[in-house]
Design a protein around this ligand. Structure first.
Ligand code: COA
Length: 390
């Protein structure tokens, strides 16, 4: 029998500021119900001035290292589509901040919102080769669209960290998956731009097409029948997208289309993303965390994962929740982190939106704002200076 491999621990971090979508609705003269009902979003996390994908990724990973230590970690995979450098992997900064051993490889992965799933699959393969090893997977992103664009209400910021190991405490990632790639332009961010470009309606159609193709490949590969899955986690650029994708998957796969059944299969996965916003690579694993932190008893539950990254790549795979998983969660702490975010007003939001990294050599200090364990203190000659705060 092969050793089960999967997610041994899962932690998250997010921007320490929060914007209620009523602020955007008021500025744009939009009915708030378009956001709360139409796209299924209420609030979005915004990073403080000294927070970025590194500080959030490190804050998520620190919880895992504090609990398990660094033993066996010889690989760190950092997934992001909001990279901070064209050359250096953001994970190398995290490696330093967490004082991980030098006997470690660190690399960054990119393919829009999909790349954390590539990282997870690559990690399971590394552990299969040597089950003594553990792989630290980090997904961290800041979603920023042009003011006034259709994407503006779907911004957000957050990170997840996963420890991938043999005999995991939380979720076994089952072998086999369905994959799909298609060269399209539904969402992209050319070099030099801090805001992404998106053809929103096209991206919804492309996502649904990818769901269908990834599922068909999964079935062709001999995956579990749809009836074996009880819960489903989707990439959630906005939570309503998960409802659209789920209905399409179940229709494609020939499952039960009763709206109450469909809703029960995904409702607990939507809670965190609804109040955090789009976290790109992290969003599908925040959906998993939201599900695990819910009141439901999930021992042995089979979860279907549908990961989509515009451009586009998609993957369907299965996970099985492990008996006793609940003992290993941080549900209360997670809810406290969300409740502790500081609300910002319209002018603070616009200030954040205008923020840019310096592009000229020189020293640039950032205000000390984050309550988190790490901060981006500033820049020296275009080098990022990170600091430990706690
Ligand atoms: N009350 C309730 N619902 C309302 C409403 C109101 N007052 N006003 C509009 N809606 C509904 C619409 O009917 C629509 O629902 P539907 O999609 O189920 O038909 C939904 O709200 C959105 O309205 P729409 O007019 O389509 O909004 P939009 O043109 O501003 O675009 C998105 C919506 C999702 C396309 C846009 O937010 C976007 O581009 N998001 C980013 C997409 C993305 O991240 N893609 C990345 C790849 S996944």
């Amino acid at each position: 029998m092969t050793t089960p491999i999967g997610i041994h621990d899962l932690a998250f971090a997010t921007g320490s500021r929060v914007l209620d979508l009523s602020v955007i609705a008021e500025r744009l003269g939009t009915e708030i119900e378009k956001y709360t009902i139409g796209i299924g979003q209420e609030r979005m996390s915004i990073p403080a001035a000294d927070e970025d994908i590194v500080t959030m990724g490190a804050a998520a990973a620190k919880q895992i290292i504090d609990r398990h230590g660094a033993e066996g970690i010889r690989t760190v995979l950092f997934a992001t589509e909001t990279g901070i450098d064209q050359s250096k992997a953001a994970g190398v900064y995290v490696h330093q901040l967490l004082e991980l051993p030098a006997t470690c490889r660190v690399v960054e992965l990119k393919q829009a919102c999909y790349s954390a799933t590539a990282a997870l699959q690559f990690a399971t393969a590394l552990v299969a080769r040597d089950p003594r090893q553990r792989v630290l997977v980090i997904a961290s992103d800041v979603a920023r669209y042009e003011l006034g664009s259709s994407g503006e209400p779907t911004q957000g910021a957050g990170a997840v960290a996963m420890l991938v190991a043999a005999d995991p405490d939380l979720v076994v990632i089952e072998p086999g998956s369905g994959v799909f790639t298609s060269d399209i332009m539904d969402f992209w961010r050319p070099n030099g731009r801090v805001t992404a470009l998106v053809d929103g309606k096209y991206s919804i159609r492309a996502y649904l097409q990818a769901v269908e193709n990834a599922w068909n490949d999964y079935s062709a590969q001999g995956g579990f029948p749809i009836s074996e899955f009880n819960r489903f986690c989707y990439h959630q650029p906005f939570t309503k997208m998960a409802s659209k994708a789920h209905r399409h998957l179940i229709k494609t796969a020939g499952g039960d289309l009763d709206p109450a059944v469909l809703d029960a299969q995904i409702a607990p996965t939507l809670k965190y993303n609804r109040v955090i916003g789009n976290t790109y690579t992290a969003s599908i694993y925040l959906a998993l965390l939201s599900l695990l932190d819910s009141d439901e008893e999930l021992d042995e539950t089979k979860i279907g994962f549908l990961s989509y990254g515009s451009g586009s790549v998609a993957e369907f795979f299965a996970g099985t929740v492990q008996p006793g998983y609940r003992k290993h969660l941080r549900s209360e702490e997670n809810r406290s982190v969300l409740a502790a975010r500081v609300p910002i007003d319209a002018s603070e939001y616009l200030t954040w939106h205008e923020r840019r990294d310096p592009t000229e050599l020189g020293d640039f200090a950032l205000p000390n704002e984050t309550p988190g364990p790490f901060r981006l203190a500033g820049f020296t000659d275009l080098k990022r200076d990170y600091a430990v705060t706690q």
